[in-house]
Design a protein around this ligand. Structure first.
Ligand code: AMP
Ligand code: MG
Length: 428
C-alpha cells in the first residue's frame, strides 16, 4: 500500500497556507498523514494495563453464566405475588454463591438465597431479607407492595453476552478493562507494541541538570516535561539530550533518532531565529511542513516524516518555549502518537464551566490558557487563570489543573461567561 504524501494531503485543502493554519486544520492533516503501526504482542493481562488493545475481544462465555440473585433474601415465583395481599411462603431449601439448588419450587414455596447464588428453577424474583417479616426456619412472610416480579434478579449474560464484543480494538486498557478480561477467563491479551519515541532539545543556550549554568544560559526543561508526557502516554522513550545549534550535530541527531524510533520530537529552532538550522536539516531529510498556527502559545510547528538509511519516522518540531511545548504536545502530538499506536481516536473530554475572572483573548486564534478549576464559596465549580500566562512561564502550567481552551473566533471573555476546559487528571 502506498501512503499519501504530505503534499497529497495539503493539496486537498482549499486555500492551504502554511503560514495561516487553524488548529483544527493542522490536527486534521496530522491525523490523515499518520499511519498506525502494526505490531502485536501477547501479554499477561496485568501487564496489558495502559496498553492499546490490538484486536476486538469477543466474549466466549455469558457473564454471569446463570441468572442469579442480586441480594441476600428469598427466591420466589413472581406469579405468587398478588397485589395488596400478604404472602406466606414455605422455605424449602437454601442456596449459596457457588452452589446450585436442584429441587423444584412450587406455588407458595421459596428458597433462602445469597447474593450471587444461581436462581433456583422456577424462581424469577428475590425479596431481600430485610423486606420480609416473621421469618423462621420453615416459613417467611412477604408483606404486600415490597417487591415486584423479576426484582433483584441478575440475568445470565447481562454483563457480557456470549459472542458480543467485550472490548474493541484500539481501547487503551484501564483497570476495569483488565478486570473485565479476567471476568472472561482470559489470561492474556493482544496489544500493540509500545511506540518508540526519541526526543532532544536544540539550542546553544541550554544546559542539562547537573551542569553549571553559564552566563546567558538556561536549564533544559523541555526534555524533562516531554519525558513525563511520553511516559504517561505509554511510550518507550529515547532521550537524546541537548543538541547544539550546529548543522552537523543536528543532522547526526535527526538521523540517529529516525533510525531508532517511530517518532521524533524536538523542541526549539523552528521559529525564525538566526541560529535555526533546524528547519533546513529537517527538510533535507524528508517531507516536512513548517506551519504557523493561529494559536497561542505554540505558533510554529514542524511536522512530517524523515528518512535515514532506509528507516522512517514521523517528526514533530515543537517550539522552544516550555509552555508552548506542553500545549503543542497536548493538542497535536498526543493525538498523533495515539493514532500511530493504533489507539481509538477520541476527542479529549471538555467541560464547560464559568470563568471567575475576565480573560483577554484575541479573535482569530485558538488560545490555551492555564487554569485552576475549583469550587467557589458557594460550592459551584468555576475556573480562574493561573497568574502570568507567558509562553516561557512554566509555572503557569505547573500551578494549573486544567487548560482553558478559547475558540478561534472568540474575543475577550467576561467574568461569568462559560469556557471550555480540558482537565489534566481524572480517576485512575
Ligand atoms: P526557540 O524556539 O529555539 O527560538 O526557543 C524559544 C525560547 O525557548 C528561548 O527562550 C529558549 O531559550 C527557550 N527554550 C528552548 N528550548 C528550551 C528547553 N529545552 N528548555 C527550556 N527552555 C527552552
Ligand atoms: Mg533555539
Amino acid at each position: 500500500m502506498t501512503l499519501p504524501s504530505l503534499n497529497d494531503i495539503v493539496s486537498c485543502i482549499s486555500g492551504y497556507d502554511p503560514h495561516a493554519m487553524t488548529v483544527e486544520r493542522a490536527q486534521a492533516v496530522i491525523r490523515e498523514f499518520i499511519h498506525p503501526i502494526e505490531a502485536v504482542e501477547k501479554l499477561p493481562i496485568r501487564s496489558a494495563l495502559s496498553r492499546v488493545l490490538a484486536q476486538d475481544i469477543v466474549s466466549r462465555i455469558d457473564v454471569p453464566a446463570h441468572d442469579n440473585s442480586a441480594m441476600d433474601g428469598y427466591a420466589l415465583r413472581g406469579e405468587d405475588l398478588a397485589e395488596g395481599r400478604e404472602l406466606r411462603l414455605q422455605i424449602i431449601g437454601e442456596v449459596h454463591a457457588g452452589d446450585r439448588f436442584t429441587g423444584q419450587v412450587g406455588p407458595g414455596q421459596c428458597v433462602r438465597i445469597m447474593t450471587g447464588a444461581p436462581m433456583p428453577a422456577g424462581c424469577d424474583t428475590v425479596i431481600p431479607q430485610e423486606l420480609t417479616v416473621d421469618a423462621d426456619q420453615s416459613a417467611v412472610t412477604v408483606p404486600p407492595g415490597r417487591v415486584r416480579a423479576g426484582d433483584n434478579r441478575r440475568l445470565r449474560g447481562e454483563d457480557l453476552a456470549l459472542g458480543s464484543v467485550a472490548l474493541p480494538r484500539g481501547r487503551i486498557l484501564r483497570p476495569s478493562d483488565i478486570g473485565l478480561l479476567a471476568s472472561l477467563g482470559l489470561a492474556e491479551a493482544p496489544v500493540q507494541r509500545r511506540l518508540r519515541v526519541a526526543f532532544f532539545s536544540t539550542g546553544d543556550e541550554l544546559r542539562s541538570v547537573g551542569e553549571p549554568l553559564d552566563e546567558g544560559c538556561v536549564y533544559d526543561s523541555n526534555r524533562y516535561t516531554l519525558h513525563g508526557m511520553l511516559t504517561r502516554l505509554g511510550c518507550e522513550v529515547l532521550d537524546m539530550g541537548v543538541v547544539p545549534d550546529d548543522p552537523a550535530a543536528l543532522e547526526a541527531a535527526f538521523r540517529s533518532a529516525c533510525e531508532e524510533a517511530d517518532a521524533v520530537i524536538t523542541s526549539g529552532g523552528v521559529s525564525v531565529g538566526a541560529a535555526d538550522y533546524t528547519k533546513q536539516i529537517m527538510a533535507s531529510l524528508g517531507e516536512m511542513a513548517f506551519w504557523k498556527i493561529a494559536m497561542r502559545p505554540g505558533r510554529p510547528l514542524a511536522f512530517g516524516r524523515i528518512r535515514s538509511r532506509g528507516r522512517e519516522a514521523y517528526l514533530f518540531g515543537l517550539p522552544g518555549n516550555p509552555v508552548a511545548v506542553t500545549v503543542s504536545f497536548s493538542f497535536f502530538v498526543r493525538d498523533a502518537l495515539l493514532r500511530l499506536a493504533g489507539a481509538e481516536a477520541k476527542p479529549l473530554p471538555r467541560l464547560r464551566v464559568k470563568t471567575a475572572t475576565a480573560i483577554r483573548k484575541k479573535a482569530g486564534r485558538t488560545e490555551y490558557q492555564r487554569g485552576i478549576l475549583a469550587p467557589d464559596d458557594s460550592g459551584n465549580w468555576s475556573v480562574r487563570l493561573t497568574g502570568m500566562q507567558g509562553s516561557g512561564i512554566l509555572r503557569s502550567m505547573s500551578d494549573a489543573n486544567c487548560i482553558i481552551e478559547l475558540e478561534h473566533d472568540r474575543g475577550d471573555v467576561a467574568a461569568g461567561e462559560e469556557v471550555a476546559v480540558v482537565l489534566f487528571d481524572g480517576l485512575v
